[in-house]
Design a protein around this ligand. Structure first.
Ligand code: IFM
Length: 444
């Protein structure tokens, strides 16, 4: 494969999914602690209490990253670990952890990339409305100020929010993620204050970490009609508006998409829509988490009058997500064309498969190897077609707590035995290691 010589090869994780140590060293409760401890919310009653014990094993994990030749590691900071009540008193043990992790990465020659919010809102803030309470914008700004002062001299890339669509709509509208609400108006409010929080945080990052890159990460998916009927075209446009443009337009144009405002209007009452212009603070890059494409067709008998319909030979991951690498190339090119110029990073891409057990010190995850081959070829073709893609972070370094699905889905290129905490490289990790080594040795 031929990637540019300065292409950045990394892996990503998130605090609640791997750290564990959820009730120790002064960490405050987060919405996922509360949600996962609520019976019936997470598969098998799993929680992130222990997860991969990365909080205690981070040195071993950085050594693994080094063995793989990673050039960058994207982790997230747990807000309640550093400010247990969301505002006010600081937990120095929490700050120390991120200091040590950052220094360990730098010592290993790996660029630290930090996400400020990957879904673990302090529960104390949620008790006051969480992302639906306008106060959260200033609270996030203060937290950003703290972390960028603390680590600003060492972090290479700052990401304000991970997938705000999921925080707002899975969390406040569909009830499948913490905090588990089913309230359309609350979800649109949450989306609004997430966007404002991003916009207010950007100048703070610039002030405290002027040499770092700063941006935001969205989960983007193409929505395409399954047939050439007019209804299906409309459904795809609606899916795109809700899933992609609701965040892309404010971030790059400072306004909500007009067609979607009309449709969502009843749920938007009380939101000062024009205030979203603050979200259009200039970014150095856009992070894209790419997982799937949606193909929709109208069906009056299905909920919402629509259902998914994929080609008969379509292949899927264990999440039920279609494996269609061309979709990622299409999305990169579309964002470049419609919202650029801006540097792009794939800040997550990966797959859950029912992997075999470790045998002779390796996990033979051939499906994930094929998945990565396909998506990296798509990344390469997008670059060749003009997309300014600057790096790729595989999701995920380690098998981890997959939110409402608990430990039932494994996304890691490194296998984790959750009973013994033993880490075992999967074949996909070895493939990725060799690819990085070859690409660094012989850049295009
Ligand atoms: O595990 C998640 C991650 O936290 C956010 N992006 C999607 C991944 C897979 O579902």
């Amino acid at each position: 494969m031929g990637f540019p010589s300065d292409f950045l090869w990394g892996a990503a994780t998130a605090s609640y999914q791997i750290e564990g140590a959820a009730q120790t060293h002064g960490r405050g409760e987060c919405i996922w602690t509360r949600f996962s401890h609520t019976p019936g919310k997470v598969q098998n009653g799993d929680t992130g209490d222990a997860a991969c014990e990365h909080y205690f094993r981070y040195q071993e994990d950085v050594a693994l990253m080094r063995e793989l030749g990673l050039q960058a590691y994207r982790f997230s900071i747990s807000w309640p670990r550093v400010i247990p009540a969301g505002t006010g008193k600081i937990n120095t043990a929490g700050l120390d952890f991120y200091d040590r992790l950052t220094d360990e990465l730098l010592k290993a020659g790996i660029q630290p990339w930090a996400t400020l919010y990957h879904w673990d809102l302090p529960q104390v803030l949620e008790d006051k409305g969480g992302w639906t309470n306008p106060d959260v914008v200033k609270q996030f700004a203060d937290y950003t100020d703290l972390m960028t002062r603390q680590l600003g001299d060492r972090i290479h890339g700052w990401i304000t929010l991970n997938e705000p669509w999921c925080s707002a709509f899975l969390g406040y509208m569909m009830g499948v993620h913490a905090p588990g609400l089913k309230d359309d108006a609350a979800a649109y409010k949450a989306a609004h204050y997430l966007l404002l929080a991003h916009g207010e945080a950007m100048p703070i990052i610039r002030r405290n970490a002027p040499q770092a890159k700063a941006g935001i990460t969205l989960n983007l998916s193409p929505h395409v009609p399954a047939t050439d009927s007019e209804e299906d075209a409309k459904l795809a446009q609606l899916g795109d508006g809700f899933g992609n443009r609701w965040f892309l337009d404010p971030l790059f144009k400072g306004v909500y998409p007009a067609d979607m405002v009309e449709i969502a209007r009843p749920a938007l009452e009380g939101i000062d829509l024009a205030a979203v212009k603050v979200a259009a603070a200039p970014n150095d890059f856009l992070g894209i988490n790419y997982y799937m494409r949606f193909m929709v067709t109208s069906d009056p008998t299905a909920p919402g009058g629509r259902r998914e319909q994929f080609p008969p030979d379509a292949k899927f991951t264990e999440m039920g997500w279609e494996i269609y690498p061309q979709g990622m190339a299409d999305m990169l090119l579309r964002v470049h064309k419609e919202y650029g110029p801006i540097d792009l990073y794939i800040t997550e891409n990966g797959a859950a498969f029912p992997d075999p057990a470790p045998t002779n010190g390796v996990v033979e995850d051939s499906q994930r190897v094929d998945f990565l081959k396909g998506y990296l070829a798509a990344a390469e073709s997008a670059i060749a077609a003009g997309a300014p893609l600057k790096g790729y972070f595989v999701w995920s370094l380690l098998d981890n707590f997959e939110w409402a699905l608990g430990y039932s889905r494994r996304f890691g290129v490194v296998h984790v035995d959750f009973k013994t905490q033993q880490r075992t490289l999967k074949r996909s990790a070895l493939y990725y290691r060799d690819l990085i080594a070859a690409s660094v040795a012989q850049p295009a």
